[in-house]
Design a protein around this ligand. Structure first.
Ligand SMILES: Nc1nc2c(ncn2[C@@H]2O[C@H](COP(=O)(O)OP(=O)(O)OP(=O)(O)O)[C@@H](O)[C@H]2O)c(=O)[nH]1
Ligand SMILES: [Mg+2]
Length: 423
């Protein structure tokens, strides 16, 4: 007889701030997606206002009672919150509701635990899990370890729960060391590539944007792609043909998400560190999303946290074949005239994308500071069209741009009276 694992049923609780009201639909969709990516069946969704956070339960008492009534009605295996709960709040909610309670970080860590398959991925997830669970051990260790399978109890970090705190801390140190060794090994490979002057383009983007699909299309590879969140966890790279006999390396990375839990950011810094050495960062955006601005902001915030905004970044609008794309393209195209629009799935725009990548990584780009007086505004237009603007500052008399641009464009600006200082 084949024994099947019962799919756990989840009740979702979406706590929304005042400023998030307009995003209710997309945020709910994302939470449902996350729960399903964790292998759960969604049985219900309740909304709550984040008016005043209660220290005891996070949500207000009335809302807690409403959730309790719903739990009694549908009897879920787990209640999932879209916010991060303090260990005490989580415990109080579990006591009150009589069911397992999982917060946003634990949900994502759990998905990562299910997806990790390389040695490094597993080490990183274990590190994130252990760091997350450590403050939650107090008074709970035995209870958690007796719960058996299911969400929040699976994964490489779980078995360590029975061991006392000190041994867990030792384990964290060991994990860090092992990850460091892998990092060093990667450093050696990188030096070799640098010596051979291989150019690297790294794909970044919100989870499910289509990074792996583009990676496969460019590198004629077969990495897993799926309409689910966090399909890719490990950085994979491959060479691809850019133009004539010219090759470059393309790297696929873990997807970002709104409020990526700090434990995971830390754990995945080693993987994302590769981005520091990229010659070009390709930021891929699902242009069919109704929530495109927020997706871009989340990724930009992460790039900024990783100190990568100074790098050449090429924006790519993907999924132009999908409904909703056209209107967004029109909206975003005005703000980002240098972006390339593609469909990674059916191949539209890939030639233009390759041409653009070639221009950026193989044509010498110079970094410069350009000063324009307010009488030279027609040149500001030229700067916007031809240069990659890193920073723009206004003073009383002039605008100062920090840019990356081709020699020929800088020469044109100089010839027409702009003050150009190469850095
Ligand atoms: N219609 C359409 N679907 C696309 C396109 N590109 C990707 N997809 C689909 O979008 C889903 C996500 O694609 P992936 O390539 O796995 O996305 P990803 O960014 O690698 O996602 P994670 O690894 O989970 O962060 C898949 O179902 C793809 O088939 C596109 O251009 N058009
Ligand atoms: Mg992927």
């Amino acid at each position: 007889m084949i024994e099947t694992v019962k799919q756990e049923r989840a009740l979702l609780v979406m706590v929304l701030g005042h400023d998030e009201k307009s995003l209710q639909e997309t945020l709910s969709e994302e939470l449902k997606n996350l729960a399903e990516s964790a292998g759960l069946k969604v049985s219900g969704l309740l909304l709550a206002n984040r008016r005043a956070i209660s220290p005891r339960l996070y949500i207000g008492k009335g809302k807690a009672e409403e959730i309790l009534a719903e739990c009694q009605e549908i009897n879920p295996d787990v209640v999932i919150f879209n916010v991060n709960l303090k260990p005490g709040q989580q415990r109080n909610l579990e006591d009150l509701l009589g069911t397992k309670v999982i917060d946003y970080t634990q949900l994502i860590v759990d998905i990562f635990a299910k997806r990790a398959h390389t040695q490094e991925g597993m080490l990183q997830v274990e590190l994130a899990q252990t760091a997350y669970l450590l403050p939650r051990l107090k008074g709970k260790g035995t209870m958690l370890s007796q719960q058996g399978g299911g969400i929040g109890t699976l994964g490489p970090g779980e078995k360590k729960l029975e061991i006392d705190r000190r041994r867990i801390e030792e384990r964290v140190d060991r994990l860090r060391k092992e990850i460091e060794e892998i990092r060093q090994h990667r450093g050696v490979l990188r030096k070799k590539r640098e010596k051979e002057n291989v150019k690297i383009c790294s794909l970044v983007g919100y989870t499910n944007a289509g990074k792996s699909t583009l990676f496969n299309a460019l590198a004629q590879s077969h990495e897993k792609t799926a309409d689910s969140l966090f399909t890719t966890l490990d950085t994979v790279s491959n060479t691809f043909n850019l133009k004539d006999n010219l090759n470059a390396v393309i790297a696929d990375t873990v997807g970002f998400i709104h409020k990526l839990p700090p434990h995971l950011v830390d754990a995945f810094k080693a993987t994302l560190e590769e981005l520091e050495h990229a010659d070009l960062i390709i930021h891929i955006i699902d242009v069919s999303s109704p929530d495109i601005k927020r997706l871009k902001q989340s990724v930009d915030a992460m790039l900024s946290e990783l100190g990568l905004l100074e790098k050449p970044i090429l924006l790519v609008f993907n999924k132009i074949d999908k409904a909703g794309a056209e209107e967004n393209l029109w909206l975003m195209g005005k703000d980002y005239p240098n972006a390339v629009s593609i469909s990674a799935l059916n191949g539209t725009g890939l030639d233009i994308l390759k041409e653009k990548i070639f221009e950026i990584i193989f044509q010498e780009m110079k970094q410069a500071e350009i000063k324009l007086s307010f009488q030279q505004m027609e040149l500001a237009n030229y700067v916007h069209k031809t240069c990659e603007i890193i920073k723009k500052e206004y003073s009383e008399k002039e605008i100062v741009f920090s840019v990356r641009a081709k020699e020929s464009n800088l020469a044109y600006l100089k010839k027409n009276g702009a003050q150009v200082n190469e850095i």
